[in-house]
Design a protein around this ligand. Structure first.
Ligand SMILES: *Cc1c(COP(=O)(O)O)cnc(C)c1O
Length: 350
């Protein structure tokens, strides 16, 4: 048994192979023990020793001054955006970025921040020329362009080496701040062999998630300068994110940081195994995965039928035309092989 082995028998190899997301993981037995042991206090009073220690640990790990625990990545990004931008300010963001596309428009709704979405290239970058052209001059006609937000990993891809540095240099030279949505930052670090501090160095603020590949049940963190985190603290309270004995969650996140980072390499290996297996099937085109997310295109509009077929055989994934499979700590090689076999059966029998 490894220290991240499933706590309840047969979860990894049992009835369902759940590849919908890396958010579906169950806390391991060891993580549950860490939760049970956690010293806690009222964090609205600043009294929770476990979350305080975790905030210091993560700030140091990312090479920033301060960090703030958040219930979700959405709230973490929201507090970051609101801490950087005021009413009537603008942030530059990818057209397909999570903060712009999948967070209910919170920056606009709650912060009166105007997004300036720009095309994402297939590797998740936004062209530097596009960024430069989108920064508005200081003129009463325009919103004030205040922030550039990027994402790493993006669609499971690690941003190309040097891109974040170049984009952040450009933003900073024009007076903008920079934010990284690093919900899967640790996947990017493990896949690229770079440290998380190295990947986050160019950014003024970073949001990370413990509830994705790291396998904690709940939790994210916003990281940045002491001053920015102080502003974010007030905003977090305003949006209802001030929690009480949050050490039970921080203990799970702390355990995940200690035990579940290096093993992300296993998820990446399994993603490649799945990609190779699916790519061998007729009518399936697979984008080679860099981390733990596999995208597959199914010819002839049969994606939905394949998903149904897989579901009937206990293999869950998402998508319609392009299918998405995500590996995580509750999936093992046997589960991946079951998923491949079930997909093969679909193309053989139909
Ligand atoms: C999951 C995710 C988030 C935040 O998600 P929550 O479900 O709110 O925790 C933010 N950005 C990206 C890229 C994500 O994948």
């Amino acid at each position: 048994m490894t220290d991240y082995a499933p706590s309840s028998g047969g979860r990894a190899t049992g009835a369902v192979v759940d590849l919908r997301s890396d958010t579906v993981t169950q806390p391991t037995a060891a993580m549950r023990e860490a939760i049970a042991r956690a010293a806690v206090g009222d964090d609205v009073f600043g009294d929770d020793p476990t979350v305080n220690a975790l905030q210091e640990r993560v700030a140091a790990l990312l090479g920033k001054e301060a960090a703030l625990f958040m219930p979700s990545g959405t709230q973490s990004n929201l507090c970051g955006l609101l801490a950087h931008c005021g009413r009537g300010d603008e942030y530059i963001v990818g057209q397909l970025a999570h903060t712009y596309r999948y967070e209910g428009g919170g920056a606009a709704v709650l912060g009166s921040i105007q997004p300036q979405p720009l095309p994402n290239q297939p590797d998740g970058t936004i062209k530097l020329d596009d960024i430069a052209a989108a920064i508005k001059p200081d003129d009463p006609h325009f919103a004030r362009t205040r922030l550039l937000a990027l994402e790493n990993t993006w669609g499971g891809n690690v941003l190309p080496t040097g891109y974040a540095e170049a984009a952040c240099d450009l933003a900073h030279s024009r007076g903008l701040a920079t934010h990284l949505d690093g919900a899967r930052l640790f996947n990017a670090a493990v896949a690229s062999g770079r440290t998380v501090a190295d990947l986050t160095r160019p950014f003024d603020s970073v949001s990370i998630c413990f509830s994705k590949g790291l396998g904690a049940p709940i939790g994210s963190m916003l990281v940045g300068s002491r001053e920015l985190i102080q502003r974010a603290h007030r905003i977090r309270k305003m949006v209802g994110g001030g929690l009480r004995q949050v050490g039970v969650l921080a203990a799970a996140a702390d355990h995940a940081l200690t035990h579940h980072v290096d093993r992300l390499a296993d998820d990446h290996t399994l993603a490649r195994r799945l990609a190779d297996g699916l790519a061998a099937l007729p009518g399936v085109t697979v984008t080679p995965p860099q981390t733990n997310i596999v995208f597959a295109q199914v010819e002839g509009g049969r994606g939905a039928a394949l998903l149904e077929h897989l579901k009937a055989r206990g293999v869950l994934a998402t998508g319609l035309i392009g299918l998405r499979f995500v590996t995580h700590l509750d999936v093992d090689a046997a589960g991946i092989d079951r998923a491949i076999a079930a997909a093969r059966e679909f193309f053989e029998k139909t």
